[in-house]
Design a protein around this ligand. Structure first.
Ligand SMILES: Nc1ncnc2c1ncn2[C@@H]1O[C@H](COP(=O)(O)OP(=O)(O)OP(=O)(O)O)[C@@H](O)[C@H]1O
Length: 491
């Protein structure tokens, strides 16, 4: 029996959504899943493209995939899986996402990954030398107890491990290399400090921030937002990936050039905090530091001057220049006569960029910023979060903003009234008191973020979304100039 009409539908050719690929040693599976557009809707409940490691080993920016575990890559992810020994991957796109992917297999000696891995081993040698020196000057806790010395004695005197600043033109893979080196170090049991000086990406925090964190545990293989992402930060609930505790400053601009003075001051403070961390934690001190930076081109004198500033502040002894022979030469000349505070030379290394690393265009970046904000408030596929909608009177929130037109002697922040223009902006909640000076508030670290949902000027009430319940109390808020409110989170 047939139902009238149904017999006229041409049978659909079955579409293959699952495939298996084999990668030879040093091969890469490069993939890009465009952000979702309103015209495209996935035809299944699949959240993204899934990948399973069937055999061999594979890693994303140094973090290994567990065998037979299903990983989901969401729209907006542009990255690669690399294998050093060869592997078989099962890729499943049941959602029909417009996945663009390809397999790239260079002989190992032609792959930039070989030089990145060699760099990692070179840094490990420096770490071992730092550990040996720390051991001589500062015996283990147990030995100290036997000798009757305090736990902190001697830590600050020993030379720290390698301090590496990674720089280069836009989109050459600086952040990917920083992630790779951090992940490889943690796989060896090290705990490097990682600092991000590029406000366009956040380090375990929203874009528009500068920050640092100790990496001693796994990173999230599925992170969609790019950079170090936001999914490894502490959340109010269980987390699938061990969380890290970033220390974050709120820059509030997209580019360093938007407020060079502020960037210098924040960089200086981050470096002070890095030094303090080194003094207090022997393992971090020995593991050293990785600094990711904003793009700088060859010939860009001001950009190079700022890199020089960062090198001096962080006392870096290695400058890794990715993807520009000319920039490497220019920085080599700049640092040729400089020494670190430990009298080490500043070694400038030039490494090739991977031809897979691409400059992210404006539209993609804007979407990634949205994704990061959404993920911060609502969580990702592994941990859904429920932000709290709160209501407060205008007088309960104390909002500061940098003066629109700075004048001679202007304060870094001035208090502003809540206005309807604030709707949908993300404001930083500072670890400070509303009675602190504007300077103290500006340079305090970030506690978290809220997003303004609605402003009712007549009733002088404001509705906002917060990741935690409870009042903001005495914490001042800063209204920055970026990221702009691209989306209505409550829509
Ligand atoms: N080998 C590769 N294959 C595929 N994609 C890659 C590869 N290396 C890096 N990418 C991707 O290229 C993009 C740019 O890389 P990354 O962010 O590391 O560069 P960057 O130099 O830090 O960029 P920016 O100058 O914008 O800070 C990212 O989406 C990254 O995941």
């Amino acid at each position: 029996m047939s139902i009238p009409g149904l017999g006229q539908i041409a049978p659909q050719a079955p579409t293959t959504t699952q495939r298996t690929i084999n990668l030879r040693p040093f091969g890469e599976w490069r993939f890009s899943i465009p952000h979702q557009h309103s015209t495209f809707s996935s035809n299944s409940s699949a959240a993204g493209v899934t990948v399973r490691l069937v055999a061999g080993t594979a890693e994303r920016d140094g973090t290994e995939l567990a065998p037979n575990c299903v990983y989901t890559f969401l729209p907006g992810t542009k990255s690669k899986l690399f294998t050093d020994q060869g592997c078989t991957l099962e890729i499943n796109n049941t959602g029909g996402y417009p996945l663009e992917d390809r397999v790239v297999e260079h002989p190992p000696e032609q792959s930039p990954m070989l030089s990145y891995i060699n760099l990692h081993f070179g840094l490990q040698d420096h770490e071992r030398a730092a550990a040996a020196q720390a051991q001589q000057q500062h015996p283990t806790h147990h030995q100290q107890q036997q000798q009757g010395r305090g736990a902190g004695a001697g830590v600050a005197r020993s030379k720290p491990g390698p301090r590496v600043l990674i720089c280069g033109p836009p989109g050459v893979g600086k952040t990917s290399l920083a992630k790779l080196l951090a992940a490889l170090a943690t796989r060896m049991g090290s705990q490097p400090l990682v600092a991000n000086l590029n406000p366009t990406d956040g380090l375990l925090c929203l874009p528009g921030t500068l920050g640092a964190a100790v990496f001693g545990t796994l990173m999230d293989v599925e992170e969609p937002a790019g950079g170090f992402g936001v999914t490894n930060t502490p959340i109010s609930g269980p987390s699938a990936v061990p969380v890290k505790n970033p220390l974050t400053f709120y820059f509030g601009h997209e580019k360093v050039e938007d407020d060079v003075d502020m960037w210098r001051q924040m960089t200086e403070r981050l470096a002070v905090l890095a030094r303090r961390k080194f003094e207090r934690n022997r393992d971090v001190r020995v593991a050293g530091l990785l600094v990711d930076t904003a793009p700088v081109e060859a010939g860009d004198k001001e950009g190079q001057e700022l890199l020089g500033w960062a090198v001096r502040q962080f006392d870096a002894n290695f400058v890794v220049v990715l993807g520009s022979e000319q920039l490497k030469t220019e920085l080599g000349q700049r640092f040729a006569s400089e020494k670190t505070s430990f009298e080490e030379p500043i070694t400038v290394l030039g490494l090739d960029k991977s031809d897979g690393a691409v400059q992210i265009d404006k539209a993609w970046r804007q979407k990634s910023t949205e994704t990061a904000i959404k993920e911060y408030f609502f969580g990702g596929i592994k941990a859904r979060l429920s932000p709290f909608t709160q209501s407060a009177s205008f007088d309960e929130l104390v909002v500061f903003k940098a003066p629109d037109e700075p004048y001679e002697g202007a304060p870094v922040l001035e208090r502003v009234e809540i206005t309807p223009e604030m709707a949908h902006w993300t404001l930083a909640v500072m670890i400070a008191s509303v009675t602190d000076s504007p300077q103290a508030i500006r340079f305090s670290s970030v506690l978290g973020f809220i997003v303004i949902a609605d402003v009712d000027q007549e009733r002088r009430r404001v509705k906002f979304l917060s990741p935690v319940s409870g009042r903001l109390g005495n914490h001042p808020l800063i209204w920055g100039r970026w990221p702009e409110p691209y989306l209505n989170l409550l829509a």
